[in-house]
Every structure is written in structure tokens, then in C-alpha cells.
Ligand binder design. Structure first.
Ligand SMILES: N[C@@H](CCC(=O)N[C@@H](CS)C(=O)NCC(=O)O)C(=O)O
Length: 212
């Protein structure tokens, strides 16, 4: 079993973190010719990473892959057995994908399109409020007291708020008191610190490539 993609992508890191939290180090690879090659398109016409390759089974979409890995791999469950807790875990993933992800471009493209930064930050602040709203005071992880699929979704996305602190993105977390405590803890954890270091190395390499 292997995953096509790179560490920097929050969508790639989500299933990777699920596998790691379950005690499996999923191999990460880039397809020969890249994700726009005919060979890759034959496996996944959307031409996006991640794509899971498991024997003759090809599966796209980070959340779907993460849920498949949770069901297919041994180890602790990343989706809680209690229906309400499971729903809250999935809800945080959905809120992140629906309200945060579409606005990340405003941070990435701020150099070329500075006028897009303020509206993106405004929408991101609302999105962070939605996530804060659906967490409880007792949640030490994203939801509850253990690492779940919701942490696997949030950690690699929150990485970018620290990475783009110079654009005002760090306040997105700092302004939500519950999430600020959560993020400090997640960053210090083994899973979190490893993921963040890998994403930081990926971002550095991407920036160097852009500059060169
Ligand atoms: N909804 C997809 C999004 C995947 C996605 O947008 N991946 C980006 C990398 S961060 C990608 O492959 N971009 C390449 C492109 O769009 O050309 C998921 O959750 O897996």
C-alpha cells in the first residue's frame, strides 16, 4: 500500500497521519511523470494528490482515504464508536474542508493578489469560529481525549496559519481561546511535531523553487 503525494499537502498529510496514529508508516511517493501524466490520469482523472494505491485499488480524496485506512488498518480507531462523538469528528473535517480550504488560496496567492488577502482572512476567521463553536471545553484533542480523524484534518491545515503568520494568519488561531490551547498541545505532540517539520521542509523547498 502506498500514497501518492507530498508531505506539504494538507490533504496528503491527513491520511498519512491517520495511518501513523494507527501505528503504520504509509509509504509516500510521487508518480513517475507527476500527477498530470497519462499514467496517473488513468488511475485518477482528477489529477490531484493524494491517491491511495492498494493492490489494484485506487482511491482519491483525503477524507475518503483516511476513513478507508481507519477501517482497513489495525490499530486504534480514528473514528469514535460513539455516534455523537464520531459525528463531531466528521463535522470538524467537513467544516475545515467546506469553510477553510477554499480560502487558503488567499494566503498562498497574497504576493501576486494582495487584494485577496483581507477577504480570505475574514472568511477564515469565521470558519475558525465555527470549529471553536463545535468543540467542548473538555476536548483536549480536536474532539475528545484521543487523536482522531479530526486532528488528522486540522493539524496540517493549521500548519499554514503559523507558516503565514507574517500575513496575519496566526491570529486566526490565537483569537479562538480553545483552539489556541489545542494547537499548542497538538504542535508539541509526536505526531504533530513530525508532520509540521515535514510540511515546513516541503514549504521551504517549494519557496526556493519559486524564487529560483
Ligand atoms: N478534495 C481533495 C483535494 C486535493 C487537492 O486539491 N490536492 C492538491 C494538493 S494540496 C493538488 O493535487 N493540486 C494539484 C492541482 O490541482 O493541480 C482531497 O481532499 O483530497
Amino acid at each position: 500500500m502506498k500514497l501518492y503525494g507530498v508531505h506539504l499537502s494538507p490533504f496528503v498529510m491527513r491520511p498519512l497521519l491517520v495511518a501513523r496514529a494507527k501505528g503504520h508508516d504509509l509509504a509516500l511517493d510521487m508518480p513517475e511523470g507527476g500527477i498530470k501524466s497519462d499514467d496517473f490520469l488513468a488511475m485518477s482523472p482528477m489529477a490531484k494528490m493524494p491517491l491511495l494505491h492498494d493492490g489494484d485499488f485506487h482511491l482519491p480524496e483525503s477524507q475518503v482515504i483516511a476513513e478507508y485506512l481507519d477501517a482497513a488498518l489495525s490499530g486504534p480507531k480514528m473514528i469514535n464508536a460513539d455516534p455523537k462523538t464520531a459525528a463531531r469528528e466528521r463535522l470538524l473535517c467537513r467544516l475545515a474542508d467546506t469553510y477553510i480550504v477554499p480560502e487558503l488560496g488567499g494566503l498562498f496567492n497574497a504576493r501576486d493578489k494582495p487584494e485577496g488577502l483581507a477577504p480570505a482572512l475574514e472568511k477564515l476567521a469565521l470558519a475558525m469560529g465555527y470549529i471553536e463553536h463545535f468543540r467542548s471545553a473538555g476536548d483536549t484533542f480536536a474532539i475528545g481525549d484521543s487523536f482522531s480523524i479530526a486532528d488528522a484534518a486540522l493539524v496540517p491545515i493549521f500548519f499554514f496559519f503559523d507558516a503565514f503568520a507574517g500575513l496575519g494568519a496566526a491570529a486566526l488561531i490565537a483569537d479562538q481561546s480553545g483552539l489556541a490551547v489545542y494547537w499548542a498541545r497538538a504542535k508539541a505532540s509526536d505526531l504533530g511535531s513530525r508532520a509540521i517539520a515535514e510540511q515546513a521542509a516541503g514549504l521551504k523547498a517549494m519557496m526556493a523553487q519559486r524564487a529560483g
